[in-house]
Ligand binder design. Structure first.
Ligand code: NAD
Length: 495
């Protein structure tokens, strides 16, 4: 069993309290980690700050791209190891890790290395002042502290690290202490790729100690946080005292809207993919199904047909379709919200039988359909973050939009219709950062992602995501020697 330290200044630092990690897939011991404390987090910040000032800030954008590309190649060579580790640590199916999370993460690193349209400066003209020019520079901020949740740890590490490093920052990443393993592997591989020591540091620990140390530090210039809306609020308040830039990627309660002219078979598959991928533990999970009344029965029949075929088993078996729940606390939360909604009148339309098929020591919750959910129930308002689909009905376009927007969140939505004009019209009325039309969940490194309303501030990925990690400087040059006296000096200078 591998022992992991905190990755600080280019070395695994084993100084700290050890903790054994168990797999939520089947309860096996998978690794020993070392928890950081407040002081350790400060050491990591010091390393990142020192390296930024003395080493990394003089490394060119081209060189940073080369290093990222090398990192993607190294991870690619070990992709099977990463996939297994990710599955064991989170409980997600090995098929998901092998065919989605890990290859997508690798592709995203190479996207930032090779394709991202980021340039670190551009020239502008000043229309007001002929004969002058401007240079706008996109400069790194310095030390970026990245705080990540437990659900997609590898992808999350990539999304936090690659744009920040490309933009020229150094990073201290705090993965969730439940699922830190692939982020720690990534840090070791970054060193192998040639990143200087101190450019990427990973500290593992609780939010209240290590997370706090990162947020409060005057040496940290940007906090890139992904997690719950509740914690995001705290991060925002605590970061304000030192005027840090922040990016918040928070929770969601995303609607998947199916109109009666949709391809129902595709829609049924998309809805299942939208809610049961990763057992619903994805911020963008399509956890509210909004279905047009006249096709409800037909659609539910199709959904149940596919649910009956989903295979429960050990998530590390390649045939298994159902992911475990990553923590016992999360499973308890799912149970509580479902029970509260049942008390208020929601009905369990279907709950997949998984007992006896899943490992005894694993943590599981059966894929569940909750019917007769009304907008005032917790199942419609609270992020369950589990394999529970709340089913609601609508009569027409206006009602669909009204229910879709009747939420504090605004992260994502899906619209299913063969009438693309209508789908576009609906998409344009939904207050959310990502809308899929006849699709769900597909993420691109080229596209910014993030939330409206209480789903967040700022964007991750895409050019917008890189620019979040920069500060601009404008240099105004009068290289032609043009006399600007008419528009400027003559206001105060008389010759
Ligand atoms: P969480 O908010 O409990 O924790 C997220 C991270 O913050 C963890 O690393 C945690 O240790 C740390 N943390 C906790 N308290 C802290 C504090 N006081 N100060 C600083 N850091 C602190 O979230 P979670 O349970 O790990 O993850 C699930 C949540 O993440 C869900 O709400 C989900 O929607 C959200 N999420 C959002 C996105 C997105 O891109 N919008 C992606 C994935 C997950």
């Amino acid at each position: 069993m591998k022992r992991y330290g905190n990755f600080i200044d280019g070395v695994m630092d084993f100084d700290g309290e050890e903790e054994v990690l168990y797999s939520p897939a089947d309860g096996r011991q998978i690794a020993v980690i070392t928890k950081a404390n407040y002081e350790k987090a400060k050491e990591a910040i010091d390393s990142a700050e020192h390296t930024f000032k003395n080493v990394w800030s003089s490394i060119s954008l081209q060189r940073r791209r080369q290093l990222l590309l090398r990192l993607s190649e190294i991870v690619q060579e070990r992709s099977d190891e990463y996939a297994l580790l990710e599955s064991l640590n989170t409980g997600k199916t090995l098929r998901q890790s092998m065919f989605m999370d890990i290859p997508l993460g690798i592709e995203h690193i190479s996207y930032f290395a090779e394709k991202a349209e980021f340039r670190d400066s551009r020239e502008i003209e000043h229309p007001e002042y002929p004969g002058t020019k401007g240079i706008v520079q996109y400069l790194p901020l310095g030390v970026v502290a990245a705080i990540a949740p437990w659900n997609v740890p590898f992808l999350m590490a990539v999304w936090k690290i690659a744009p920040a490093l490309l933009a020229g920052n150094t990073v201290v990443l705090k993965p969730s202490h439940y699922t830190p393993l692939t982020a720690l592997e990534l840090a070791e591989d970054a060193k192998k790729a040639g990143f200087p020591d101190g450019v990427l540091n990973v500290v593992v620990g609780d939010g209240s100690t290590v997370g706090n140390a990162l947020i409060e530090s005057e040496k940290v210039n940007h906090v890139s946080f992904t997690g719950s809306t509740r914690t995001g609020k705290e991060v925002m308040m605590k970061s304000s005292s030192s005027f840090k830039k922040i990016t918040l990627e928070l929770g969601g309660k995303s609607p998947n809207i199916v109109f009666d002219d949709a391809d129902l078979n595709r829609a049924a598959k998309g809805i299942l993919f939208g809610i049961y991928l990763n057992s619903g533990q994805l911020c963008e999970s399509g956890s509210r199904l909004l279905v047009q009344s006249d096709i409800k029965n037909k659609l539910m029949e199709k959904i149940r047909y596919y649910m009956a075929r989903m295979r429960a088993g050990n998530p590390t078996d390649m045939e298994t379709d159902i992911s475990a729940i990553t923590t016992q606390e999360q499973r308890n939360k799912i149970i509580e919200i479902v029970e509260r909604s049942k008390d208020k009148g929601a009905d369990v339309l279907y709950s997949k039988e998984i007992s006896g098929k899943v490992p005894e020591k694993g943590i599981f919750y059966p894929p569940t359909l909750l019917d007769n959910v009304s907008s005032d129930m917790d199942a419609a308002r609270e992020e369950i973050f589990g394999p529970v689909l709340a089913v609601m009905e609508f009569k027409d376009e206006d009602e669909a939009v009204r229910i879709a927007n009747d939420t504090d969140y605004g992260l994502a939505a899906g619209v299913w219709s063969k009438d693309i004009e209508k789908a576009n019209r609906v998409a344009n009325r939904i207050l959310a950062g990502t809308i899929w039309i006849n699709e769900y969940h597909l993420l691109s490194a080229a596209a910014p992602r993030g939330g409206f309303k209480k789903s967040g501030i700022g964007r991750e990925l895409g050019l917008e995501g890189i620019l979040e990690m920069t500060q601009t400087r404008h240099i105004f040059i009068n290289e032609s020697g043009t006399d600007l006296s008419d528009v400027a000096y003559a206001l105060v200078v008389n010759e």
